[in-house]
Design a protein. Structure first.
Lengths: 114, 114
């Protein structure tokens, strides 16, 4: 089975902190995605990557950056956490560029910024 | 750009009744379409997908969806609802083109009453 692992299920951080959310997949997938999920807003795409060191902005990239130095790992960085970034963050991966196969999701990280 | 609209943020049915969750998409290229389900405190799980070929696709747990290009729709149905179907359902779109993001709708919460 494909496994997408997010480093933490729950995180509490202070305003202004730099926050790292890590995601690792074990199936050699090319595509990786970061979403945030908020009630009534569904999943909104923050960034995605279709290859190592490649990244594309999604719909809501402001306040975030990403890093993909190795194929299996995709990190989301909150440069200076703010309370409006309190949310559920979901990482996903899929096999082929172009989306021919489905995305597999991690369990999510619930981030609270206080 | 691609987008997804899910009509109805909340759908309620009785056990044994027909389930119909609506999804309309926008895409300038042939779309690949997905339905995912999310149970409380869990990650997203693929229900079914359409890429090419047969427009009526069957998924897990008795769900199916029909791709209608003329209506730009991909509605999800199940003939007879079960209590265990209560969850949040997400429709998503991408395409065959490399580097295309996977875009989700805002989700529909399905409630099933006995």
């Amino acid at each position: 089975d494909v496994k997408v692992t997010q480093s933490s299920r729950y995180l509490v951080k202070r305003t202004g902190e730099k926050v790292f959310l890590e995601c690792v997949q074990d199936m050699d997938h090319e595509n990786m995605f970061w979403y945030r999920q908020d009630p009534g807003l569904g999943l909104r795409l923050i960034y995605f990557s279709y290859d190592v060191k490649m990244k594309e902005k999604g719909d809501i990239p402001e306040g975030y950056s990403v890093s993909r130095e190795k194929k299996e790992r995709f990190s989301l960085i909150l440069e200076s956490a703010s309370t409006n970034q309190t949310s559920m963050y979901l990482c996903a991966s899929s096999l082929k560029a172009g989306g021919t196969t489905e995305a597999f999701f991690g369990q999510g990280t619930r981030l609270t910024v206080v | 750009a691609q987008s997804v609209t899910q009509l109805g943020s909340h759908v309620s049915v009785s056990e044994g009744a027909l389930v119909l969750l609506r999804c309309n998409y926008s895409s300038s290229v042939p779309p690949y379409l997905f339905w995912y389900v999310q149970y409380p405190n869990q990650g997203l799980q693929l229900l079914l997908k359409y890429t090419t070929g047969a427009t009526l696709v069957k998924g897990i747990n008795g769900f199916e969806a029909e791709f209608k290009k003329s209506e730009t729709s991909f509605h999800l149905t199940k003939p007879s609802a079960h209590m265990s179907d209560a969850a949040e359902y997400f429709c998503a779109v991408t395409s065959y083109q490399a580097g295309t993001a996977l875009i989700f709708g805002k989700g529909t919460t399905l409630s099933v009453s006995s």
